[in-house]
Design a protein around this ligand. Structure first.
Ligand code: HEC
Length: 433
């Protein structure tokens, strides 16, 4: 008995003094770091969370979405891949918010408030080297979702190495996300404006085949992507000595997902490109890990589709970014690395949401030694229980570009360890045309 009492007293004295969280001291700091990138005036979230009044007005909703893991919309499961600029809540931060609301959302002493986050200009990294934009503004129609590709000329007459890209939505309230592709073949021009409005309809991709290349052909010379923009993400600069090749005369194809939700209006989105400031030795290429030959039967839940790619002999590589991709039947997606020298999870998302897909930059580039295998697994739900299922009646679904088609795909932004462009003193690819 005495021992027990002793143990209890010791435990009690070790426990930190519990202080009820207050807005000023605790919650304001979490909201500043994890919510305000979207919940600020004139940004994509429907209301701002800048002050105590804002947070206490929304306290009930905050409690609901934070406990259900709906907000913040950071998808990768912690512990499966480490990413830069994560805005996910830690378990402690989540609990602090919930405890604060449960305690009646007390303000605390305003003297404890943190300094306001510094205001950032439109361009996070200062003025870009090149700004390209939609040639004319597009009147977004009154519908729930509109996926539109625009062809952006660069006017460049020399190849450029790009090491950071920022998209600035023209109309933040309705631009949901943006994906950027490079077209060197003039494919997009053939589609542009055919229906009488600027651009053309596309979904998930640029509307022509860029991502079905596989294997070594893909690893050596991929049709380019330039990354993308998802609300709330900060611009990531590629490591020194690494660049994305933007061939001269190429067009940038920008896919915009509009979510007008009853507020149609004009949009003219622009893209700022920053050129590499140090010599580029290795080109970042987008390596697709992809399965294009699956069929998901109507009524099938938990259907798993897999793909794998083994890094060929001599082509040891490093992965800088990862962008998993599925459409509306996707529920889970996971990328793992298996092999003698390296193994581990690269990314895992257990509540896939097409609207919150992202380009994730690894905290440190992940080594992909020759012989190791990158394994992708996608889980789909083609039942009526999937509230996002676009097909009614249900149908057999396979690979395709449409909203009602599916994809099981992960792009890895990779560099090849043995590449040393300065040996040739040229870009490693002759521009087409
Ligand atoms: C990456 C951008 C982003 C971040 C970060 C973010 N939100 Fe949101 N939030 C949104 C958007 C956009 C909506 C509108 C609904 C939607 O599109 O999902 C929203 C909606 C909400 C809603 C209303 C949801 C409803 O169902 O009515 C609440 C409450 C909320 N967010 C709280 C938070 C809190 C608290 C944080 C930080 C812990 C946060 N959000 C972080 C973008 C963001």
């Amino acid at each position: 008995m005495r021992i027990l009492v002793l143990a209890l007293t010791t435990l009690a004295s070790l426990a930190p003094v519990y202080a009820e969280p207050t807005y000023s001291r605790d919650v304001s700091r979490i909201i500043q770091a994890k919510c305000q990138r979207c919940h600020r005036p004139n940004d994509i979230a429907p209301f701002a969370l800048m002050t105590f009044d804002d947070a206490s007005t929304w306290a009930e909703d905050i409690s609901r979405v934070v406990s259900a893991n709906i907000m913040p919309p950071w998808k990768p499961v912690p512990g499966h891949g480490e990413f830069k600029d994560s805005y996910g809540l830690s378990a402690i931060e989540r609990q602090t918010i919930l405890d604060w609301i449960a305690a009646g959302a007390p303000q605390g002493d305003p003297a404890d408030l943190p300094d306001l986050a510094p205001a950032t200009g439109q361009w996070q990294l200062g003025d870009p080297d090149l700004i390209v934009q939609m040639p004319q503004s597009y009147d977004v129609p009154r519908k729930k979702d509109d996926y539109r590709c625009f062809v952006l000329p660069t006017g460049l007459d020399a190849d450029k190495w790009v090491n950071a890209v920022q998209v600035v939505p023209g109309n933040k309230q309705i631009v949901h996300h943006v994906l950027l592709f490079i077209d060197t073949q003039g494919e997009a021009d053939k589609l542009d404006g055919k229906d009488g409005s600027p651009g053309y309809t596309c979904y998930g991709g640029p509307g022509f085949d860029v991502q079905t290349l596989s294997g070594i052909a893909a690893a050596l010379d991929l049709t380019g992507g330039l990354g993308g923009w998802v609300p709330g993400t900060r611009v990531q600069t590629l490591p020194d000595g690494v660049g994305l090749l933007l061939p001269r005369n190429a067009k940038i194809v920008m896919q915009v997902h509009y979510f007008p939700n009853g507020h149609p209006g004009p949009d003219q989105t622009k893209v700022g490109l920053y050129y590499a400031k140090t010599p580029v030795e290795r080109r970042m290429r987008y390596l697709p890990i992809v399965n294009t030959s699956f069929k998901i039967q109507p009524g099938e839940a938990g259907k798993e589709v897999t793909a794998k790619f083994t890094i060929p002999f001599f082509f040891d590589a490093h992965a800088i970014q990862i962008a998993p991709h599925m459409h509306l039947l996707g529920r889970k997606i996971k990328v793992e690395l298996a092999g003698a020298k390296s193994t581990g999870d690269m990314i895992q998302i257990d509540d896939w949401d097409f609207n919150w897909q992202g380009f994730y930059t690894f905290q440190e580039p992940v080594a992909l030694p020759a012989g190791s295998t990158v394994k992708l697994s996608c889980t789909f739900d083609n039942t009526k229980d999937n509230p996002k299922n676009p097909s009614d009646p249900l149908k057999v679904v396979g690979w395709g570009e449409g909203t009602e088609d599916e994809m099981c795909l992960a792009f890895l932004g990779v560099t090849l360890d043995r590449e040393k462009l300065s040996l040739f003193n040229v870009s490693n690819r002759q521009p087409l045309k």
